[in-house]
Write a protein that binds this ligand. Structure first.
Ligand SMILES: NC(=O)CCC(=O)C(=O)O
Length: 331
């Protein structure tokens, strides 16, 4: 059925109809982050273009020390090298600018919201210089008297696109093996973080967040193509769970999953498992490494997503009459 406005156009003279069409047809007036800005009656409208079909990613498994400036230099060099090798999406590790410890978080914490963060300025400059989308691992953030474990995402011009505060804090006690309680110093973040970038729609989690399938399901339901988890698993759980969890989140949701860890540092009080890994939507390991400093690269081919989903239509086969994913933070 034609709408009333279509009927009006059809009934107008040819000249009037042509003039009306010219006014109402969106005119491209500029480009912004692979999007088109059009003028419409209500003001400019930004329509993102679909991301490229294939995206080269780099997971920078960095050597992290107690020297923040040195850590930022190491990160910048890794970002530059990754871009020179063709990466368009670069990922850094969890807590890459400080040692992973409750003693360090308050000392190294920075004010991101107020724009006073030296790390954020350095990361923004690095993303802009390298022209990459940067998922900048995480740093300790101080905001209104609280501390968070926070991941900043920058676009290719260095603009801060989004910030994810770790939602699930790492509080575990495996007797004789590992006890860690992030909640001694950190507060949990408010919820999921979905970011539209030139490299695709990203869902962000930090380390322990990967253990919670519901968060990944929310990201899949909101159309994320890639789930990205900067993380620092430990020597007890890492060998058994790190890759398993990345594969599980990928295969359950038929998405790409990227994990990025600090390299293992013998001088550190916390020994990270390393093994930064890229996983495809069929749970296939696309690229991985051991525990030394390294950059893992992989090509994500987004055309695989509809193919995998058509071949195994899990999304259509869900029994919503039996269970329900309740996204309490849905926009
Ligand atoms: N930094 C973390 O959240 C560590 C998570 C971890 O090691 C685990 O087993 O989970």
């Amino acid at each position: 059925m034609p709408t009333s406005s279509t009927v009006k156009i059809a009934g107008a003279s040819a000249l009037a109809a042509a003039m009306l069409a010219a006014v109402s047809r969106p005119r491209a007036v500029g480009r912004l982050v692979r999007g088109i800005v059009t003028r419409a009656a209500g003001g400019p409208v930004y329509t993102p273009l679909p991301p490229p079909q294939k995206v080269k990613v780099a997971l920078c498994q960095l050597h992290v020390t107690a020297d923040k400036e040195q850590n930022l230099k190491t990160a910048r060099k890794a970002i530059e090298d990754a871009a020179a090798a063709g990466a368009k999406l670069v990922v850094l590790p969890e807590m890459f600018n400080c040692p992973y410890s409750n003693d360090s978080f308050p000392t190294y914490a920075e004010d991101i919201e107020g724009g006073a963060s030296g790390s954020v300025a350095a990361l923004s400059a690095a993303a802009a210089a390298a022209r990459v989308t940067l998922v900048a691992g995480s740093i300790p953030e101080r905001c209104q008297g609280k501390l968070y474990n926070t991941c900043c995402v920058f676009d290719t011009s260095g603009k801060l696109l989004a910030k994810h505060r770790k939602v699930h804090l790492f509080d575990i006690d495996i007797p004789g093996k590992i006890t860690f309680k992030e909640s001694l110093t950190l507060s949990p973040g408010p919820g999921p973080t979905v970011v539209d970038t030139e490299a695709g729609r990203l869902g962000i989690g930090i380390c322990y967040d990967i253990r919670f399938p519901e968060l990944a399901q929310i990201y899949a339901a909101r159309g994320c193509q890639v789930l990205i988890y900067p993380g620092a698993f430990n020597m007890t759980t890492g060998p058994v769970h790190w890759e398993l969890l990345a594969k599980a989140r990928a295969v359950d949701n038929q998405v790409f999953v990227l994990t990025c860890s600090p390299a293992r540092n013998p001088d550190s009080s916390y020994q990270a498992w390393g093994h930064s890994t890229a996983v495809g939507p069929f749970a296939e390991v696309l690229a991985t490494t051991e525990h030394s400093p390294a950059t893992v690269t992989a090509e994500l081919d987004y055309s695989q997503l509809p193919e995998r989903r058509a071949a195994m239509p899990l999304r259509q086969q869900k029994r919503h009459d039996l269970y329900l994913l309740l996204d309490k933070t849905a926009p």
